[in-house]
Write a protein that binds this ligand. Structure first.
Ligand SMILES: Cc1cc2nc3c(=O)[nH]c(=O)nc-3n(C[C@H](O)[C@H](O)[C@H](O)COP(=O)(O)OP(=O)(O)OC[C@H]3O[C@@H](n4cnc5c(N)ncnc54)[C@H](O)[C@@H]3O)c2cc1C
Length: 809
């Protein structure tokens, strides 16, 4: 028997099998799936098999859509796999829910998914058996439905086997080690399997596999129950199947199962399972049912669909579902470990199984994905995600499974917080900060002004916190503001090989002189944006790199992958040891001048330069750059100096009107300046040329860099899209992202990637990608915002200070 493979996938649930299927489809059949028991014997076999398109994000919706299409193809090839495309109706009991539905329906329109928001009258007419008295409307998804999870897995397994993939059942992986050659060795009862690449698809046992391979993952399991009723006479009398009902404001799904129904609640106080580890002997069994826990939800469901109330309960299924702290699976590389991938943490693994396999396979074979899958990248969590935080967040996600997907809400919800605070946290809190999190860091989102409550209020429309944000924006534009961005990822890259290494990573040329700062981007092979680094040349061979907080592990991987093995480069991740304040605004020079003897004039300390200077006696890396478009400095400092620096800045700043500002003000100010956001406006799906960032590409430099050929081709032949700024005649709602941009005939010509209200200009703005031929200054277009088609004007340049005069001030 061959025990040597290119790829070993651990786990034969829908996700592992789908990955094997897609590897084979993409031409790699030197693959083994090692399954502990029988295929699907983890969570897959007992899943309800529901297949919603609904998702809080555009790309997750695409992933869901892909899975559904794949399953339809499998059914066409293999015969019945239990596909029932019944359509589904999500119910809205409040206006916010209707807003959410409008937002999701607009996303759906852009990816060919047929969804429609409808009013109560239409619902009553189409589905007279539904109780509608308390509804405001609903969201109809024409192609929602369900599939038999075991049949669909077996169909993919059959295709994978036929293509040459090996699937071994009753082959538990007992231990994992790495040979000197770098190959992985997986111990099973039948002997050792050797593989170049491993993927952990072990479902609720994924943390065990992680421990064997020497890493941890933020995964925790929750109990989930659904009940199946006996036959319902009204359903027995019908030839067709009723659509699935989801009542998110109560929190359950209900669908037809044979001639009865399934009712599956997500309780608001869910029950974690096996927090201390899955018992070794736990196999294919179910967990003991607990009807009391779900009784109220079931009663609600039966009131909603009265015909179901007469039916007895046939069975209750209670099984474990894996959760991650943000409810999305972990698909991609394990930080810092080569040839080691995850495809686990799926709480909707049947809905996502097809797409999870597709992107899992792309990661293994291409090292990148065809859609921007950052939201699934395992490196969005770090070692700071300790087990208490993970458990609290996973339970919180389950408890809020059907909550409105408001902007900002996930990062704000209190469960498990705080895990990462800067020393200035208490100072910010005393100043009125309302915090939000990124990569675990507590960061001021805004500072409650004029006696406003120190808490966030969520909405799909313009919310009350805008008043506080407007004050902060005004202060930054007119005087000065201080923003704590200590979470920035920060790296010192040094040594004789540092310059050449950095030239090879990004599209831009490194600063030629000491003190120079450049922005450079690591790209995909198609020129899409992976990372955005600001690089300051601190010395001949010393470079200081700063990138997005959430990108710390992702970007460290990129740096380490490029490191030559001759010892000529040293990389220090100094993220936690260094803090970072932004002091920006026309009075920022006056403030800083009180704390340092360094000449801060334009001649001595120009825009886009940086160096270490003493500030109030402390060594500070002062970088004359900022993301809000004003005169200002980023002040990177030793974390132990943070409070002293904070106090010194405020003492010096009092006479100049220095105020604290938060991330939401920053976001509004950067929209005015048309600064692109990492992983929103800059993503791996659009090239740096499409993003209008050609000035950061140096085709004439000697070093080659990934994506260069693709960018060159776009420069020569034209790129399909162009990033623009939209000035929108909005109502009381602004763009968030993924709103369709349409022409005067209603044809979709682009999509937004971020947006919001900019109080300084008093305008509603968005960043969008449009078809290049339509991306001209002044063009009139429309944007679909919460069901309304709002007029908008295209701008190629920033609306605020396009010539950067303020930055050079
Ligand atoms: C009651 C219930 C209802 C659900 N309903 C839905 C639904 O309607 N729609 C939906 O999308 N999702 C639903 N889910 C979630 C869905 O079941 C899971 O997300 C999905 O099955 C996860 O698939 P997986 O392949 O990642 O994990 P699993 O199916 O658990 O597969 C992991 C596999 O790894 C194997 N394994 C573990 N350890 C080892 C080892 N050491 N060596 C080798 N193999 C190992 C296991 O035996 C298992 O077969 C439901 C879940 C439950 C509990």
């Amino acid at each position: 028997m061959n025990d040597t493979y290119r790829v070993a996938i651990i786990g034969g649930g829908i996700v592992g099998v789908s990955t094997a299927y897609h590897l084979a489809e993409q031409g790699e059949t030197n693959v083994v799936v090692l399954e502990r028991g029988e295929l699907t014997s983890g969570s897959t076999w007992h899943a309800a098999g529901n297949l919603p398109h609904f998702a809080g994000s555009f790309n997750m919706m695409k992933l869901h859509r892909y899975s559904k299409k794949l399953y339809q193809e499998l059914e066409a090839r293999h015969g019945d796999i239990g596909m029932h495309l019944t359509g589904s109706l999500r119910l809205a009991q409040n206006r916010d829910r209707m807003d959410e539905f409008e937002r999701i329906a607009a996303m759906a329109r852009q990816n060919g998914t047929e969804m429609a928001v409808m009013g109560v009258d239409e619902i009553r007419t189409r589905w007279p058996w539904l109780e509608v008295h308390d509804l405001q409307g609903g969201l109809w998804d024409l192609l929602d439905g369900h599939v038999d999870p075991t049949s669909v897995t077996n169909a993919m397994a059959a295709d994978a086997r036929a293509a040459g993939v090996t699937i071994r059942r009753n082959a538990p992986v007992l231990a994992i080690s790495r040979a000197d050659s770098g190959r992985w060795e997986l111990e099973t009862p039948a002997g050792t399997v050797s593989a170049e690449v491993i993927m952990n698809a072990a479902g609720f046992r994924a943390p065990e596999i992680a421990a064997m391979a020497g890493y941890t993952i933020p995964v925790s399991s929750m109990e989930h129950q659904y009940l199946v009723t006996e036959e319902i006479p009204e359903l027995a009398a019908r030839d067709d199947e009723i659509p699935m009902i989801r009542d998110p404001d109560i929190s359950y799904y209900l669908r037809q199962e044979r001639k009865g129904v399934i009712i599956g609640p997500y309780e608001h106080d869910g029950v974690p399972w096996a927090s201390g580890g899955v018992p070794p002997e736990f196999g294919q069994e179910l967990l003991p049912p607990d009807l009391d826990r779900i009784a109220d939800y079931v009663a609600d469901a039966m009131e909603r669909v009265p015909m179901s109330a007469s039916a007895g309960i046939k069975t209750i299924i209670n099984g474990p579902i894996t959760y991650t702290p943000d409810g999305l699976p972990l698909i991609g590389p394990v930080a810092g470990i080569g040839n080691c991938f995850l495809n686990c943490g799926s709480s909707f693994g049947i809905t996502q199984g097809g797409g999870s396999g597709l992107f899992g396979a792309q990661w293994i074979l291409a090292g990148e994905t065809s859609l921007d899958m950052w939201e699934l990248d395992p490196r969005r969590f770090g070692a700071w995600a300790d087990s208490d935080w993970v458990a609290a967040r996973c339970k919180d996600i389950y408890d809020h499974e059907y909550a409105h997907s408001y902007p900002h809400e996930w990062a704000d919800r209190p469960a498990g917080r705080p895990v990462r605070k800067t020393p200035a946290f208490d100072r910010h809190e005393a100043a009125g900060a309302v915090f939000s999190t990124a990569f675990g860091w507590e960061r001021p989102a805004f500072f409650a002004a004029d006696g406003a409550e120190q808490e966030d209020h969520y909405s799909f429309r313009r919310a009350d916190w805008q008043a506080s944000v407007a004050k902060e924006c005004e202060a930054v534009r007119e005087a000065a503001g201080l923003l704590d961005l200590s979470g920035f990822a920060k790296f010192d890259v040094s040594g004789p090989g540092a310059l050449a290494m950095l030239e090879s990573i990004g599209a831009n040329r490194m600063p030629g002189r000491i003190g120079g700062i450049v922005l450079t981007h690591a790209l995909t092979s198609t020129g899409g944006v992976l990372s955005e680094f600001s690089v300051t040349r601190m010395g001949e061979e010393d470079f200081y790199l700063v990138s997005a907080a959430a990108a710390e592990l992702h970007d460290l991987d990129i740096l380490q992958a490029a490191m030559p093995d001759d010892g000529s480069v040293k990389i220090d991740n100094i993220t936690t040891g260094w803090g970072s304040f932004v002091v920006a605004g026309p009075r920022s020079r006056d403030i800083l001048a009180k704390l340092t003897d360094t000449d801060l004039s334009n001649e001595a300390f120009g825009w886009l330069t940086g160096r270490e200077i003493p500030v109030s006696g402390m060594p500070v890396r002062a970088l004359r750059v900022n993301y809000v478009g004003e005169l200002g400095w980023e002040l990177h400092h030793r974390i132990e100096d943070q409070l002293a620096l904070y106090d010194a800045l405020y003492e010096a700043g009092a006479e100049f009107g220095l105020v604290p500002f938060g991330l939401r003000a920053m976001d509004s100010l950067r929209l005015e300046k048309m600064y692109r956001g990492w992983r929103t406006d800059l993503s791996s799906e659009y090239s740096l040329v499409e993003a209008g960032m050609e000035r950061f590409v140096r085709f004439d430099k000697n070093a080659d860099f990934k994506g260069r050929a693709a960018l060159q081709a776009q420069v020569e032949q034209g790129a399909p899209h162009r990033l623009v700024c939209l000035e929108i005649d909005a109502g009381e709602a602004d763009c968030i992202s993924s709103e369709p941009v349409v022409d005067d005939k209603g044809e979709i010509i682009g999509t937004t990637t971020s947006g919001g209200f900019a109080p300084h200009l008093g305008k509603s703005l968005a960043i969008a990608y449009l078809r290049t031929d339509l991306a001209n200054e002044g063009r009139l277009v429309s944007v679909d915002i919460l069901g309304e088609r709002r007029p908008a004007q295209v701008h190629i340049d920033a609306l605020y200070d396009p010539g950067n005069e303020r930055l050079r001030a």
